[in-house]
Design a protein around this ligand. Structure first.
Ligand SMILES: *Cc1c(COP(=O)(O)O)cnc(C)c1O
Length: 387
C-alpha cells in the first residue's frame, strides 16, 4: 500500500544506488540508465566532483534568503553569462517555474516600456513547458489542462510547422513567441535552424520577444551549450533547468540586458531559488560542461544515431524514424512503444516514452562508447523478438 498520491504510472522498480551510466536496483540488478532522471543527471550518477562539492558545501551553509547576497549564485550567473547570449540570470528550482518566470518577464518588459497590453504568448500546440497552471496552458495540450478549471487567458497556439497560422496569430497584444528548441515530451522534434532564424526575424520585425525553452535540450545535451546555437541566433529569454543541476533541482531564466531592466526589486522572487547549496552544485556541473564533454556528446551522438539508423534498415517494420540532436535521441516506432520500453527494461536498459510512439533515449553527456554498444545490442535483441 502506498501513501503517495496516484498521479504517476510508476514501474515496479526502485533503485539503491547509481554510478555513471548505471543504476543498481533494490534487488541488486544492474541497469543501463538512458533516462538519467529525464535528461537531468547530465554527468551521470554519483559524479565524484558533484559529490565532493555538495558534501563540502553541506557542512558550511545550505540556505540563506535572497534578502542577502549569495556569492555562489553570483559566480554561477557570471559563468552562464560569459558562455551565452545572456546578460543576467534569475535562479529558480524547476523547469515549470523557469518557463512561468520567462512568461512573467516578457509581460513585465512590455509593461515597463509603456505597452502593458502586450501580454499574449504564442506557443506550439502540444508542446511542453511544465505542469503548473500557466505552463499547462502554454503547452496547449487538452489532456494536461483537463479538469483544472477555467482556461488561463493569454496563450495562442499553432500546430508544429504551420507558419501561416503562427503569423496570423500575431497582433498588437502579442508579447512573445515561446517554443522548445527541441520538443522533448512532444516526441524529440527538432525545430530546424532555418526555422529558428525565421522566428528571430519575425520577432524582430513585429517587435515581440523570442523565448526559447531549453529546459530539456540545453546545457550541452544538444552537442552545443544551447541547441539554438546551431541556428546562430540570439533569443531574448531562455528558461533552463534539468541538466544544470546534474540531479539537484535548479531552474533559471536567462535574459538580455534590455529585458532585465524590467525586473526591478520586488517584481519577482523565490524562497529557495538560487540558495548556496544549489548554486554550489550548479557551479560544479557547469565547470564540467566543457569543450571536451561537448565533443564527446557529438561523437557519441553520431555513432549512436548511425547505428540506430542501421537498426531501422534492419527492422523497417518496427522502427519508423530516428530523431534527435546530440544525446537527446528519439526512436519512433510504427506502433505503441509501451511493450518495447518494457522489453528494454527486462533486458536492463532504461528508456522513457515521448509523444508520437517515440522512445526517448537520454544517456549522460559523458557516456562511453561501450555503454552505447551495450544499448544497441539490447535494442537489436528487442527488435528481433518483436519482429
Ligand atoms: C521538463 C520540462 C519542463 C518542466 O520542468 P519541471 O522541472 O518538470 O517543472 C519545461 N519545459 C521543458 C522543455 C521540459 O522538458
Amino acid at each position: 500500500m502506498s501513501f503517495l498520491a496516484n498521479n504517476y504510472n510508476r514501474k515496479d522498480l526502485a533503485f539503491e544506488k547509481g554510478k555513471g551510466s548505471y543504476l543498481i536496483s533494490k534487488k541488486g540488478k544492474k541497469y543501463l540508465d538512458f533516462v538519467q532522471g529525464i535528461a537531468v543527471n547530465s554527468l551521470g550518477h554519483a559524479n565524484p566532483k558533484l559529490v565532493e562539492a555538495i558534501n563540502k558545501q553541506s557542512r558550511k551553509l545550505w540556505h540563506v534568503s535572497n534578502a542577502f547576497k549569495i556569492p555562489e549564485g553570483e559566480k554561477l550567473a557570471k559563468k552562464i553569462v560569459n558562455r551565452t547570449f545572456a546578460d543576467s540570470v534569475i535562479f529558480q528550482n524547476s523547469g515549470a517555474e523557469a518557463t512561468e518566470t520567462a512568461i512573467k518577464i516578457a509581460r513585465r518588459y512590455f509593461y515597463s516600456i509603456g505597452k502593458p497590453y502586450k501580454t499574449r504568448i504564442i506557443c506550439i500546440k502540444n508542446s511542453f513547458h511544465g505542469r503548473t497552471l500557466a505552463a499547462i496552458h502554454a503547452s496547449g495540450s487538452k489532456k494536461m489542462v483537463e479538469g483544472f478549471g477555467p482556461k488561463f487567458p493569454g496563450f495562442d497556439h499553432f500546430k508544429f510547422g504551420d507558419h501561416k497560422k503562427l503569423k496570423s496569430l500575431i497582433n498588437k497584444n502579442t508579447a512573445a513567441i515561446m517554443i522548445e528548441t527541441v520538443m522533448g515530451e512532444g516526441g524529440i522534434k527538432v525545430i530546424p535552424s532555418w526555422c529558428i532564424k525565421e522566428l528571430r526575424e519575425l520577432c524582430d520585425k513585429k517587435n515581440i520577444l523570442l523565448i526559447l525553452d531549453e529546459v530539456q535540450c540545453g546545457i550541452g545535451r544538444s552537442g552545443k551549450f544551447f541547441a539554438f546555437e546551431y541556428a546562430k541566433v540570439k533569443p531574448d529569454i531562455v528558461p533552463i533547468a534539468k541538466g544544470i543541476g546534474g540531479g539537484f533541482p535548479i531552474g533559471a531564466v536567462l535574459m538580455t540586458n534590455k529585458i532585465s531592466k524590467a525586473m526591478t526589486p520586488g517584481t519577482h522572487g523565490s524562497t529557495f531559488g538560487g540558495n548556496p547549496l544549489a548554486m554550489t552544485v550548479g557551479n560544479a556541473v557547469l565547470d564540467q560542461i566543457n569543450n571536451k564533454l561537448l565533443n564527446n556528446v557529438n561523437k557519441m551522438s553520431k555513432y549512436f544515431i548511425k547505428n540506430l539508423e542501421n537498426l531501422k534498415k534492419k527492422y523497417p517494420n518496427i522502427i519508423k524514424e530516428v530523431r534527435g540532436l546530440g544525446l537527446l535521441i528519439g526512436l519512433q516506432l510504427f506502433n505503441d512503444q509501451t511493450k518495447f520500453i518494457q522489453k528494454l527494461m527486462d533486458n536492463k536498459l532504461l528508456t522513457i516514452r515521448a509523444a508520437e510512439n517515440v522512445i526517448r533515449i537520454l544517456p549522460p553527456l559523458n557516456v562511453k562508447k561501450s555503454e552505447i554498444n551495450l544499448a544497441l545490442k539490447i535494442i537489436n535483441k528487442v527488435c528481433k523478438e518483436l519482429n
